[in-house]
Design a protein around this ligand. Structure first.
Ligand code: CAA
Length: 689
C-alpha cells in the first residue's frame, strides 16, 4: 500500500484514506492506490472514502493534463468504486471539486460536512467534468441544476448540495466518525448509473445557456458542456459516458483549455519571486491617503478582508464624500444579497476617517492614492516620512510615475514600493507590486503577503513608465488610433477587438476612462517619452471641443443621457476624414484582421521588451496582468501565451512586414522575438540569463 492511500478496518468498515497534500488532487498514485485499496473491501459492512488535510479531492491533477494517460484513469477508479461489492460512502469535507465531486458521485452515498462545498469548476479551465459527472449529476439533480453548476463553475454549499439531491446528508462534527456510522446503516448498493435518465427542462436550460453565453463569451466549452449534460437525457448511460469522453477530449487537446490551464498555474506562480525569502511583517492597521475612487476602493479591499483602515484626505469635503460613497457601495452590496447588512456595516465601520497626518503613526502599511502628479506624490511622502513609524511600509498607487524618484525623497527608500491597484480596487483582482531599485526584500514580501490577504493576484514589476500593464497598453491604443485614421470607423476598430474577446474596444474604453487623461499625459511627457501624434490627433481635437468622453456625454462616440451605449457620431466621422486629409493620410479599407493583428503585435512586441529588460520576471506574469487587469480573454491565455500559440517566427515575419510598411519607429522587432524565432523558443520557456 502506498503512503498516499492507506486503509484501516474500523467498526467493520474499510476506511480508504487518501493523503496527497496540498489539495488531494487525483493524480496517478491516488487513483492506483484507491483501486488497490478497494480490493480489501472483502466482507466489510461498507467502505468510507476519506481524505486527510484540508479538503476532500480538489479535482483531477491538472499537471497531468496534456501528458500521456496512465492507467488506472479517473473513470477506471470511479468504476472500481461503483463495482465495489459493498456500499461506499464519500466523506466530504473542505471541497469536492471537479473530478473530486465525480469521485463522490461514483460512491453509493455522500455525506457532507456542513462547511464543505462541492462544484464543477472545470469550465474555468476550458473543459467540463469528464469522468462521468455530466451523466451522473443530472440523474440526481435534474438537468438544469447540473447545467447551472457546470456552466457557472462556482461551488455550492453543503445545504444546497443536499437540497438539489447531490449529497445525502449534512454532517456536523467529525466527518469520518459520522461517515462510518452512516456506512454501517447502509445495506444496499445505490449506483447512480442505475437511476432513470433525467427529464429535459427546456426553459431552464435556455436560461442557463443565456447566462453563460454572456458571462463566457467566446468559450467553446459552454457548447460542449451543454451537449454532454443534455446527452444524459437522450442517451443510455454508457453511450452518454462515451459522448462525454469524446467532447471532453476535444476540449482538453484544444488551445482554449491550454490557455486557461496556463492562467491557472500562472496566477499561482506570479506571487512567487525568485530569490525572495524574507519574512513579511505582520499587518494590523492600514493607512490610505486620498479618498477618491482609488483610495476608497483600496480602503474597501482591506476592510473586506478584516483589516482596520485609517482613511485620510487633505480635503475634508472630499473625505466626507469618499466615506459616503463607500457607505453607499456597501449598502448596495447588501441590497443585492452579496453580504448581510450586518457584515456590510461591519466592513464600513472598519474604515475610520482621519483628520490629520498623525493618524498614520500607528499604521503598518500606508498606501497613497492621491492625484497623479510627482509634486503631489512627493509632498505626501514627505508627510508620511515624518509621521509613520520607521518600520512601516510606504506604498504608492501611482500608475506611471517613477517610483525611484518618489522613494528618493524619503529618509528610507528601502521601505517604499508601488502597489498599483486597478479600478474599482475593491473588485479588480490584479495588483501590480512595483519593486524600486532600493525596495527591501521585507517590504516586497510584506506587500505580497498583503495581496494574498486581500485576495488579489499580485504581479511584481520593475520600475518603468506605466509598469507592465500600462506601458504595453500604449502601443495597443496607438495602433487602434492609427487604424481609425487610416480608414476604419471607430465602431469597426472596437468591434474587431470585442470579437477577438476583449470586454470592450479601445476607443469606447478611452471614452469611458476620459479622453482628457491621455490629453494631459501627452502634455506632461518628460524626456525620453514619445508618442505617435497621428494616433491621438482626433482625441486631442475632441478634448479641445469639450468632448471628453462618457462623462461629458460625448467623446469619440455620443452618449444619450443615462445610457452608456456608444453611438457613432457623423460629426466625428467627418472630423476623422478632415484630420486624415490634413495629415496626408489616404484612407482605405482596414480589415478587422489587420486591426486585431496590429494591436496584438504592438502588445506582444512591448511585452517582449518588458521581459528582456527584466521588468517582468516571467512571461506568464505579463499574461496574468492582462487577463486580470485588462480583460484579455482568458481562453487566449494572455498576450504572451497568445504569442506562443502564433509562434515567434510568425510574429517576427509580421513585425517585419509592418516595419517595411510603416518604418522602424514603432515596428522594430524586439531582439528577444528575433532570438526566439531563430532558436525555435517560446516566451513561456525563456529565462533571462
Ligand atoms: N491539480 C494539480 N494541482 C492543483 C490542483 C489540481 N486540481 N488544485 C490545486 N493545485 C495546486 C495549486 O497549483 C497550488 O500549487 P502551488 O502551491 O505549487 O502553487 C496548490 O495546489 C494549492 O492551491 P491554491 O494555491 O489554489 O490553494 P487555495 O487554498 O487557494 O485553493 C482550491 C484551493 C480551491 C482547491 C484551488 O486550488 C482550486 O480551485 N483548484 C482547482 C480545482 C479544479 O479546477 N478542479 C477541477 C480539476 S479538472 C477535473 O477534475 C477534470 C475532470 O473532470 C477529469
Amino acid at each position: 500500500m502506498s503512503e498516499i492511500v492507506t486503509t484501516e478496518i474500523r467498526d467493520e468498515c474499510l476506511i480508504v484514506r487518501v493523503n496527497n497534500p496540498p489539495v488531494n488532487a487525483l493524480g496517478h498514485a491516488v487513483r492506483d492506490g484507491v483501486v488497490n485499496a478497494l480490493k480489501e473491501a472483502g466482507d466489510a459492512k461498507g467502505v468510507v472514502l476519506h481524505c486527510e488535510g484540508r479538503t476532500f479531492f480538489a479535482g483531477a491533477d491538472i499537471t497531468e493534463f496534456g501528458k500521456p494517460p496512465k492507467s488506472p484513469s479517473l473513470p477506471d477508479m470511479i468504476e472500481a468504486l461503483e463495482t465495489c461489492p459493498v456500499p461506499v460512502v464519500a466523506a466530504i469535507h473542505g471541497m469536492a471539486l471537479g473530478g473530486g465531486l465525480e469521485t463522490a458521485l461514483g460512491c453509493d452515498y455522500r455525506l457532507i460536512d456542513r462547511k464543505a462545498r462541492v462544484g464543477f469548476p472545470e469550465i474555468d479551465l476550458g473543459i467540463f467534468p469528464g469522468a462521468g459527472g455530466t451523466q451522473r449529476a443530472p440523474r440526481l439533480t435534474g438537468i438544469a441544476a447540473t447545467l447551472a453548476m457546470t456552466l457557472d463553475g462556482k461551488p455550492v454549499s453543503a445545504a444546497r448540495a443536499v437540497d438539489i439531491g447531490l449529497c445525502d446528508e449534512v454532517s456536523d462534527g467529525d466527518i469520518l466518525e459520522n461517515a462510518i456510522a452512516f456506512a454501517r446503516q447502509q445495506s444496499v448498493k445505490r449506483r447512480i448509473r442505475d437511476l432513470p435518465a433525467p427529464a429535459m427542462d427546456q426553459p431552464a436550460i435556455d436560461a442557463e445557456l443565456a447566462k453563460a453565453a454572456k458571462a463566457r463569451r467566446g468559450q467553446i466549452a459552454i457548447e460542449k458542456a451543454t451537449e454532454a449534460v443534455l446527452a444524459s437525457a437522450s442517451l443510455p448511460f454508457e453511450q452518454g459516458l462515451e459522448k462525454e469522453r469524446e467532447l471532453f477530449l476535444e476540449l482538453i487537446g484544444g488551445s482554449q483549455s491550454r490557455a486557461m490551464r496556463h492562467l491557472f498555474f500562472s496566477e499561482r506562480l506570479s506571487a512567487k519571486v525568485d530569490g525572495l525569502n524574507a519574512t513579511p511583517k505582520s499587518l494590523g492597521l492600514i493607512g490610505v491617503v486620498g479618498s477618491g475612487t482609488m483610495g476608497g476602493g483600496i480602503a474597501m479591499a482591506f476592510a473586506n478582508a478584516g483589516f482596520a483602515v485609517r482613511l485620510f484626505d487633505a480635503n475634508a469635503d472630499a473625505l466626507a464624500a469618499g466615506l459616503e460613497k463607500i457607505r453607499s457601495l456597501y449598502m448596495a452590496s447588501a441590497a443585492k444579497g452579496r453580504t448581510s447588512e450586518a457584515e456590510a456595516l461591519d466592513r464600513y465601520d472598519r474604515i475610520q476617517p482621519a483628520d490629520n497626518w498623525e493618524a498614520f503613526a500607528a499604521c503598518d502599511l500606508i498606501i497613497e492614492a492621491v492625484f497623479e502628479r510627482m509634486d503631489v506624490k512627493k509632498a505626501v511622502f514627505a508627510e508620511l516620512d515624518r509621521v509613520a513609524r520607521p518600520d512601516a511600509i510606504l506604498a504608492t498607487n501611482t500608475s506611471y510615475l517613477d517610483l525611484d524618484v518618489i522613494a528618493a525623497g524619503t529618509k528610507d527608500p528601502t521601505r517604499v514600493l508601488g502597489m498599483h491597484f486597478f479600478s474599482p480596487a475593491n473588485v479588480m483582482r490584479l495588483l501590480e507590486i512595483v519593486r524600486g531599485a532600493k525596495t527591501s526584500d521585507t517590504a516586497l514580501a510584506t506587500a505580497l503577503d498583503a495581496a494574498k490577504k486581500i485576495r488579489k493576484v499580485p504581479v511584481v514589476s520593475g520600475v518603468c513608465h506605466g509598469f507592465i500593464g500600462n506601458r504595453m497598453l500604449k502601443g495597443y491604443g496607438r495602433e487602434a488610433g492609427l487604424c481609425m485614421m487610416e480608414g476604419a470607423a471607430p465602431q469597426d476598430v472596437d468591434k474587431a477587438l470585442f470579437d477577438f474577446g476583449m470586454p470592450m474596444g479601445p476607443l469606447a474604453m478611452a471614452d469611458l476612462a476620459g479622453l482628457d487623461i491621455g490629453y494631459d499625459n501627452r502634455r506632461s511627457m518628460t524626456a525620453g517619452e514619445d508618442y505617435e501624434p497621428l494616433a491621438s490627433v482626433l482625441q486631442d481635437r475632441l478634448v479641445e471641443m469639450g468632448r471628453k468622453g462618457q462623462k461629458t456625454g460625448a467623446g469619440i462616440y455620443n452618449y444619450e443621457p443615462g445610457d452608456r451605449t456608444p453611438q457613432p457620431d457623423p460629426v466625428v466621422t467627418a472630423l476623422i476624414e478632415e484630420l486624415a486629409k490634413e495629415h496626408g493620410v489616404k484612407r482605405r479599407n482596414v480589415a478587422s484582421e489587420e486591426i486585431v493583428e496590429r494591436c496584438m503585435l504592438a502588445l506582444i512586441n512591448e511585452g517582449a521588451a518588458i521581459l528582456s529588460e527584466g521588468i517582468a520576471q516571467r512571461s506568464s506574469d505579463i499574461d496574468v496582468v492582462y487577463a486580470n487587469g485588462y480583460g484579455f480573454p482568458r481562453y487566449r491565455g494572455g498576450p504572451m501565451c497568445y504569442a506562443d500559440e502564433l509562434g515567434a517566427a510568425h510574429i517576427l515575419e509580421r513585425l517585419e512586414h509592418y516595419q517595411e510598411k510603416y518604418g522602424p519607429k514603432w515596428w522594430t522587432p524586439s531582439p528577444l522575438i528575433r532570438e526566439l524565432a531563430e532558436t525555435g523558443g517560446t516566451f513561456g520557456q525563456w529565462k533571462k540569463g
